[in-house]
Ligand binder design. Structure first.
Ligand code: 5GP
Ligand code: MN
Length: 377
């Protein structure tokens, strides 16, 4: 496998000429920063080429409660396919988080919770559907039935464990840190990378950044940084993307997160766990809006001795959304799969509980000891 030869250029002060030379190299000599080319095999690329050749009306969809990776990959792919003259719609089960609305064409997404009939009709009449960042139909929530009924070919592009077998082409790479980086590899393999412009590169970078907590976990593969270098050569401003996605908070979000950490966080030393809960009444009191608690579940992991963190939010009466994060080898996906009808990754997973918040807490406390063997000494 070829890897980057970044030392070609010296560190330190970069003169204008060196900058120009770098840009030239990134554009015209991509071999200098070669990526891992083994990620997408040739036969998969050929199949997708032929599916695309036959398709006019294309739908791209992603999982419910879409995150930066789901939205970023969907929008980037839609922009590339539109540039090829295809008729493309991005359809999501529910609304994207507000901090992602700066991404190009985010305002054109057909959100099924608002435009249910339009979303279903688009899915049922598509010639080809791309399913990004999920591998289980249940993750499509209210769109799952329409997807089951859609007769056209479906291409799954995803990095979650254990894909279900419902798509025509399955590109499943749980070893990749994000669907966005996987999609980038696919675009290169298909020969479409030149169609990805600055806006598309911003979308890809956003997903790579959000699924790795701004490259603080699941991010030791050098290939990630080769892809980033190539995205930057398209003119993206990664500092500005960070500011817009992570450093922009509404007043309600700051207040609710501060309150949750001050009043509602329990440390459970026997399980090396932290538990944060928010009731429906508390959400109402703080004027909670979707996305306001994004990132909250990560905060307890900065406390020495805390190995995993569980956040329970009572979204509706008798419906609790669960979000979990961990460090090291603690498998929060197992906890969510086994007890909260969910799943995800080793260090970031989620699920749900049907019942009251206090029942969800009691239930978690009753099973927590089962996972103590993963917490280390
Ligand atoms: P978050 O905590 O940010 O909502 O989700 C973190 C990760 O957990 C997501 O990227 C997704 O992989 C997974 N996840 C979250 N909620 C669910 C769920 O209800 N079901 C499943 N299968 N996975 C989930
Ligand atoms: Mn993802």
């Amino acid at each position: 496998m070829e890897r980057a030869n970044i030392t070609l250029f010296p560190r330190g002060r970069v003169t204008m000429n060196q900058k120009k030379l770098r840009t030239f190299v990134f554009h015209f000599c991509p071999g200098v920063l070669s990526m891992d080319n083994s990620i997408i095999d040739g036969s998969t690329a050929t199949r997708i080429h032929s599916l695309l050749y036959k398709a006019e009306k294309i739908v791209i969809t992603c999982h419910v409660s879409p995150d930066g990776d789901a939205i970023g990959s969907s929008l980037a792919l839609s922009q590339v396919l539109k540039a090829m003259g295809k008729h493309v719609h991005v359809v999501t089960p529910d609304t994207p988080p507000r901090p992602l609305m700066f991404l190009k064409d985010a305002d054109r997404i057909v959100v099924a919770s608002r435009w249910t009939d339009k979303a279903r009709t688009l899915i049922k009449s598509a010639d080809l559907i791309f399913c990004l960042d999920f591998n289980s139909l249940a993750r499509l929530d209210r769109l799952a039935d329409a997807m089951r009924e859609a007769e056209c070919p479906k291409v799954m592009i995803d990095h979650h464990l254990e894909p279900e077998d419902w798509a025509t082409v399955i590109i499943s790479r749980p070893d990749m840190s994000s669907t966005c980086v996987l999609l980038y590899h696919l675009l290169v393999r298909l020969g479409f990378e030149s169609r990805l412009d600055k806006d598309g590169a911003e979308c890809i970078y956003t997903g790579m950044m959000t699924d790795t907590g701004h490259f603080t976990y699941n991010s030791n593969d050098p290939d990630i940084y080769i892809v980033i270098a190539r995205l930057m050569s398209k003119g993206i401003d990664k500092n500005e993307i960070y500011r817009r996605v992570f450093n922009t908070h509404s007043l309600s979000s700051i207040r609710i997160s501060s309150y949750a950490l001050y009043r509602k966080m329990q440390i459970l030393p026997e399980h090396k766990a932290a538990l944060i809960t928010l009731t429906g009444d508390e959400l109402k009191e703080f004027g909670y809006e979707k996305g306001d608690t994004e990132g909250l579940v990560n905060v307890p992991l900065s406390i020495p001795g805390v190995v995993y963190s569980v956040f329970m939010r009572e979204d509706e009466p008798d419906y609790v959304k669960i979000s979990t994060r961990s460090v090291g080898e603690f498998p929060v996906n197992k906890l969510c799969e086994r007890y909260f009808s969910g799943g995800g990754h080793l260090n970031a997973a989620g699920g749900e509980y049907h019942g009251s918040l206090s029942q969800a807490v009691s239930f978690y406390l009753s099973v927590a000891a089962e996972f103590d063997s993963y917490i280390g000494d």
